[in-house]
Design a protein around this ligand. Structure first.
Ligand code: PBG
Length: 432
């Protein structure tokens, strides 16, 4: 009990860092009286275990301790001798030359709520946790992990070894969701991308292995033909260059079912074909996979921020671009059209991609749908922060955490980010 009471006094008087000058106009007794009352009620009437707040040991606030033991404090209060307020400390000196001005006649000073770490923590509106992260991982058939040039710290991981180790590391710091991206050998690519639904292909095989090792790992998969397409497009390409919608959706349904059969928890169509969410939902349900979720890439833009990813998977389109299916970066309202479609077709999660340059779109979806929203901090965003850090132009660690927090503030529930492991380590207080 004694230690609890000490803690409370410390919290009231020092950890919060209250500054006497902020209390001008209030009875100076108010604060100490309140804290001593709470001591009395707590020790007498309420001996049950209580919420414990750890007081800072290193405070240097203006309050001096009174030098009384807890028992002496209590006895003094019971006897009606409420201690005096500590003396108001002298006003700290301002540098020579500071102008002497009348106090501004303002009744709202927002800085009051920002004046100490405890107050800032109390009023923080958004939080960031490893539970919010989905870790995208590149896999290949090889045994070795191969570094990806434009994404320092990221590798094409060997599906049997490197991958399993990376997943274990992520789980150690609270990241229990991953999304898999396969690097498929050229020999297995074709115009119709049929390798995408090979039950013994790299992705289904990897899912089975991971589910065997980590049954509670949440596995997201990518549903799109580009890693399997000899044309490097997300769909089947007609001879005149048109990406065929409904035929592609047929393939995507087979791909999603193969992934679900292997044990995927969330299939994630990133292809931007029309009608694919509804078709995939129906295909999954027809095979008994009612429990498998769909995270739809609802607002996926034709962005130049995907460059490093396409290098990682060697999945650059062999000709043209992806503008007939991915959205125009100039468009905002169009994201609502996609949102309505995906919601009505049964999507469980709506994704916006890229992330940081598209915060307005994340907020738009957040305000217009009750569904969970995901944001994808894509390869180019990752590469820019890494490059800025290597060149010592920015503080990589801080910019990383701020960028992730901002995605949350804009309205994202989960964030797909190559920083998942590094950020989670940082949030857990582990040094790199
Ligand atoms: C393709 C896909 C892409 C990304 C995820 N899935 C690339 C593209 O659309 O060309 C990009 C992710 C990133 O850049 O990090 N279906």
């Amino acid at each position: 009990m004694a230690s609890t009471t000490t803690t409370i006094i410390n919290v009231a008087a020092s950890n919060v860092g209250l500054d006497c000058q902020s209390y001008v106009g209030l009875r100076p007794m108010l604060l100490p009286v309140r804290s001593f009352r709470s001591v009395r009620t707590s020790t007498r009437a309420n001996p049950a275990p209580r919420f414990v707040v750890r007081a800072s040991e290193t405070h240097s606030g203006p309050f001096k301790k009174l030098g009384l033991s807890d028992a002496e404090c209590e006895a003094a209060v019971v006897a009606g001798n409420v201690p005096e307020a500590p003396p108001v400390p002298p006003k700290p000196a301002a540098p020579a030359g500071t102008p002497v001005v009348p106090t501004l006649p303002i009744n709202r000073r927002p800085r009051r709520n920002r004046r100490s770490p405890a107050l800032r923590a109390a009023f923080q509106e958004t939080t960031l946790s490893p539970a919010n992260f989905v870790y995208p991982l590149f896999i290949h058939e090889g045994e070795e992990d191969a570094p990806i040039g434009a994404m320092p710290g990221c590798y094409r991981l060997g599906w049997r070894h490197g991958l399993v180790q990376e997943v274990a590391k992520a789980r150690d710091v609270g990241v229990n969701s991953i999304v898999l991206f396969p690097k498929v050998p050229d020999g297995l690519k074709s115009p119709t991308g049929d390798e995408a639904y090979n039950d013994n292909g790299l992705v289904p095989r990897t899912i089975r292995l991971l589910k065997d090792k980590f049954p509670d790992l949440v596995i997201y998969t990518d549903v799109a033909l580009d890693p399997y397409s000899s044309d490097g497009h997300d769909g089947i390409v007609r001879e005149d260059g048109v990406i065929m919608n409904d035929e592609t959706v047929h393939q995507l349904c087979k791909q999603a079912v193969a992934q679900a059969r292997a044990g995927a928890d969330v299939v994630s169509p990133s292809d931007m074909m029309d009608g694919r969410v509804g078709a995939i939902r129906a295909a999954l349900d027809a095979e008994g996979f009612h429990h498998v979720s769909i995270m739809s890439y609802t607002a996926k833009y034709a962005s130049s921020f995907y460059g490093p990813f396409r290098e990682a998977l060697d999945s650059n389109p062999r000709f043209g671009d992806k503008k007939t299916y991915q959205m125009n970066p100039a468009n905002y309202r169009e994201a609502l059209v996609e949102t309505r479609e995906d919601e009505s077709e049964g999507a469980d999660i709506l994704l916006v991609k890229p992330g940081l340059p598209y915060l307005d779109i994340i907020r738009l979806l957040r305000d217009n749908s009750p569904l969970p929203i995901a944001a994808y901090q894509v390869s180019g965003e990752y590469a820019m922060i890494k490059a800025g850090g290597v060149l010592k132009m920015i503080d990589e660690e801080k910019v990383m955490l701020e960028s992730l927090l901002c995605l949350r503030r804009a309205g994202a529930d989960v964030i797909l980010t190559y920083f998942a492991l590094q950020a989670a380590k940082s949030l857990c207080g582990e040094r790199k």
